[in-house]
Design a protein around this ligand. Sequence first.
Ligand code: PMP
Length: 353
Amino acid sequence: MKIHNFSSGPAILPQSVMQEAAEGVKNLNNSGLSVLEISHRSPAFTAILEEAVALVYELLNIPQDDYAVLFLTGGASSQFFMAPMNILNPGQTAGYIDTGAWSTKAIKEAKHFGEVEVIASSKDANFNYVPQDYTVPAGLRYLHMTSNNTIFGTQTHAWPDTDVPLVCDMSSDIFSRSLPIEKFGIIYAGAQKNMGPAGTTLVIVRKDLLGQVERSIPTMLDYNTHIGKNSSFNTPPVFPIYVSMLTMRWVKANGGVAAMERINAEKASMLYQEIDSNPRFEGTVANEESRSVMNVTFVPTAEADKQKFFDACAAAGISTINGHRSVGGFRASIYNAMPKESVAHLIDVMRNF
Ligand code: PMP
C-alpha cells in the first residue's frame, strides 16, 4: 500500500530527492565514496555547499551583496537567541508578533538581550488567527514574526507595512512562496519541513545589521564568524546540507517558488473546501485570511469520530494526520513535496467517512 506522509516535520521530501540522496550515501557522483565519509573541505563537498548557497540566492531572489546565506546547526530554536544576541543591544527594543508556541519561545529568549515589546498577540484565542490590525512603532530594532505557525495551522499572508526590518522564523514555509526580500533583516528556517532532513538551519541575514552590538559574542554564535568562513568555521552538517541542495534543485526544476506557491494554494484550497463542506469536520482557524497553506488543522464535529477517522486514515495509508500533542485534532501538513494526488486521496477518505 502506498503511504501518504502528512507529518509536520521531519516531513515528506520529494521522492526523487530521497533516491538521489540514497545514491549519494552509497556512491557520490560515481566517486566511489559516500557523501557521509568525505571531508567537508573536499572539492566534492565544497561544490555541494556552494550550489546550496547559490540556489538560496536564486530561488528567493536575494541581492548577493546585501545578504549572507548560512547553513548553521542548533535548529531554528537556536535562532531564537542567536538573532537578538547578534543585533539587539541592551536598551534597544525589539517587537514581537505572538502567534503561537514558537513565537512565545522566541520572545522568551530575546528577553536575555534587550527590551521586548509584544506588538500583537492571538494568545487570547488560543492562537487561532494571525493578528492583522496593529501598527508597528517606529524605532524598533526589528520586528519578529513566525510566518507559519506549524502547530496552530495559521500563516501570515500580508507582511506588515513598516520600514522596521523583519526577523522571521520561516521554518515551516520557506521556499513555499515568493518574498518581498527587502523587508527582511533575518530569515531563519530549520531544514526539516520544506527543505531537507533535520540537522541544519538556513539563516539569511542582512549584513549591515551586524557588528553593532556592544556585547562580546561567543565565536560559534556570531553570524560574522560563519559569514567569514562560508558556513565552514567548524564541520558543517554535511548530509542535511547535501539533501537541502537536492531539494532546492528540485524546486528550481519544478518552476521555482512561484510555481510552488501556485500549487500549494491549489492543494490547500482543495482541502479547505472539503473541510468547509463536509459536516463531519470543521476547521480550527478563525478566519480565512489566517489559514495556513502548509499545515491544515481541523477537528471532528463529533468527538466520537476522532478515533474512527484515525482508523480510516490508517487503513488508507494516510500517515501522521494527528494534530500537535498540545492541541489535538487533525493536521495535514502539505509542504512543497506533498503531491496533489495525496491531498486528493485524503479528501476521498474524508468524503467516504
Ligand atoms: N519554528 C517553527 C515554526 C517550527 O515549526 C519549529 C519546529 N520544528 C521550530 C521553530 C523549532 O525548530 P527546531 O526543532 O529546528 O529547533
